[in-house]
Design a protein around this ligand. Sequence first.
Ligand code: TXA
Ligand code: MG
Length: 331
Amino acid sequence: MPFLGPDKQDAASIAMTLILPQDSAGVTRAASLLADGELVAFPTETVYGLGGDARSDIAVARIYEAKGRPNFNPLIVHLPDLAAVEQIATLGPKARMLAQAFWPGPLTLVLPLRDGSGISPLVTAGLPTVAIRIPAHPLAQALLRALGGPVAAPSANLSGRISPTRVSHVMDGLQNRIAAILDGGPCAVGLESTIVLADPDPTLLRPGGVPMEALEACLGHPLTLGGDGVKPTSPGQLASHYAPNAALRLNATSAAPNEILVGFGPVKGPLTLSETGDLIEAAARLFQALREADALAGPSGRIAFAPIPETGLGRAINDRLRRAAAPKDIP
Ligand code: TXA
Ligand code: MG
């Protein structure tokens, strides 16, 4: 931990994580903690973010430390509106079309960083681009406006583990590693944002909360398919993201004796993503269902997932499930 002095490290590791209420006092407290360089997890419509002031090297270093991230992957910067985005990055014509159609919302755009943006180079991992999102969640909006500055936030889970869609999930991984959590209840979308590199050739870097079909309808042409973000440090590091403890089998239509089956539509199990086969409901339930299945499976059990159609949000759900099923590369 090269960024913090020994006193700071001790103070950070013994502090109790506060749970702040979803009212103006909670938002004000959360903003003042962020302004002091502390970490605050906050709700967005996708998943809970682990927020730190994106202008502060110390705050950003603390994010990597709290998550236990082995490498400095670039982080998403959260801003309240387009005027704030334009101070930090430049929008080409395609980026502007997508921003107008999908912001605020579950879309992240990778944009050229402006000189003098004030963003810590630890946020961008030294890249000339920055990933930016305007979240729609009213508490995220209130927090960003109260701080009046950019908030860097990866998902608020330990590196390589399942993304959090409830306060209890954040507590499971980060209790007493961060100053506070702003409580916004369960996240409505339940999957991380879709990441697009917009100009000149719109490229999908990560499927997510905005379906690819909606982006293509807006642009009027197909997206190029990219990898999962540009990883300047160690490519492939995120292959086993979202990992439960139990081994996971995909496209299952029935359960083997030691398996917990998570159903979808006609495939029934003790758990289901959506009995009616609704992909929006399935996305919102995915990470909670992974946690419940993991708890039910226990140390020697396995999890099986019903097939999910590869359309709309199904593409992002399948992406997360494939990563959850991949061999673990967590150190
Ligand atoms: O919904 C979300 O996107 C959530 C909420 C909290 O906003 N955040 C989130 O952050 O999922 P994280 O750190 O788990 O994912 C960030 C992704 C990584 O895959 C990273 O490689 C990519 O964004 N990324 C960040 N900056 C980038 C850049 N300049 N170029 C390409 N990819 C970038
Ligand atoms: Mg994440």
